[in-house]
Design a binder for this molecule. Structure first.
Ligand code: CUA
Length: 351
């Protein structure tokens, strides 16, 4: 009996199958027990999570099979002392084996793709009474635009949605490729300059969820974040009405002047809060993503502060990069809000 035949004879197929079954069961149990995703906040999230579980069920055994054969072969057919110069027997292929290992993965793949296609088609089916929201990505901010009957859209840096109101997002990019993603909704799509991409979501859980840019788009990629607020239909209506009402006037809900400090720490419902990137002792914020305003704006006049907000790239603090601070605060803050912010920062910076 040749050396090669002798070794083949001893392949412990039964033991490998038993080990494989146990390892697959453990792998599947581990895969399913891990909490991969955040809470589900849309009708699309359930089917996506289920799809993911099915993929775990079907891919873990494949991984285990490949890993066991590789590990077994490394051990069984390793080079022993005295075999350094031996070449293995020539291999001329095995048609039956090749047909089997091509056909089985092909069948598994086609089945999984068909299932995924059915799920994705189903969750993206058109809904009655869809609301359109235009999403624009730019370095490094999101703008959400709500078309209105009077032709004057409501713009916001924060995403507001009504619970159970189907939404269709129309996504654009102004500069480079971004990716509009709300993990709690599970859906995402690239924002690509020159084309419009779309997807549908029906938020079904009240709460505030992160909006993330999921495509590396430059130095500010990691701060290109916002929040999706899923509110009751009544609260959504009120928010929309409030954003519409000022028509170039204040953003404080109509009574008196906007509060500069509140704008700095909380934003205004459409614009992101300055304090999420900047340090300012009076506001109690300590982030170092952008320049320390106590250092950089102390003693500066109002027009310098205003330009720093509206045209952030005209003058860059040494040690920081241009193009990271969003350039659209001139749009998303009302004139009154901008005044309030400039006055507040001018008064407290460095104090
Ligand atoms: Cu925009 Cu990453």
């Amino acid at each position: 009996m040749s050396e090669d035949a002798r070794r083949q004879e001893r392949i412990p197929v039964l033991q490998m199958v038993v080990v494989g079954l146990i390892a697959s069961a453990l792998g599947i149990a581990a895969g399913l027990s891990i909490d991969w995703f955040p809470e589900r906040a849309s009708t699309q999230a359930g089917p996506i999570d289920h799809l993911y579980d099915v993929l775990i069920w079907s891919s873990v055994p494949v991984f285990v099979l490949v890993a066991i054969i590789v590990l077994f072969s490394v051990w069984k057919f390793r080079m022993r002392p005295g075999e350094e110069r031996l070449d293995g027997p020539p291999i001329h292929g095995n048609t039956r084996l090749e047909v089997i290992w091509t056909a089985i993965p092909a069948i598994v793949l086609v089945a999984l793709c068909s299932y995924a296609w059915v799920v994705l088609t189903d969750i993206e089916a058109a809904q009655p009474d869809e609301m359109r929201i235009n999403v624009t990505g730019q370095q490094f901010a999101w703008t959400f635009e709500y078309p209105q009957a009077d032709g004057k859209p409501v713009k916001s840096n924060q995403l507001y949605l009504a619970e159970n109101q189907p939404v269709r997002f129309f996504v654009k990019a102004l500069d480079v490729i971004h990716d509009f993603w709300v993990p709690a909704f599970r859906m995402k799509v690239d924002a690509v300059p020159g084309i419009e991409t779309k997807y549908r979501v029906t938020p079904n859980r009240l709460g505030t969820y992160p909006v993330v840019c999921a495509e590396l788009c430059g130095l500010g990629h990691s701060v290109m974040r916002s929040s999706a607020h899923v509110v009751t239909p009544a609260a959504f209506k009120a928010w929309l009405a409030e954003r519409k009402a000022p028509a170039g006037g204040g953003g404080s809900g109509g009574d008196g002047k906007p509060d500069g400090k509140a704008l700095f720490t909380d934003g205004n419902g459409t614009a992101t809060a300055c304090g999420s990137c900047h340090t300012l002792a009076d506001a109690g914020t300590t982030s170092t993503t952008g320049p320390d305003l106590d250092k950089e704006l102390a003693g500066k006049d109002a027009s310098f502060i205003r330009d720093s907000i509206v045209k952030p790239d005209d003058e860059i603090t040494p040690g920081f990069q241009s193009g990271i601070m969003p350039k659209n605060y001139g749009d998303t803050l009302s004139p009154d809000e901008l005044d309030a912010l400039v006055t507040y920062v001018g008064k407290v910076a460095g104090k």
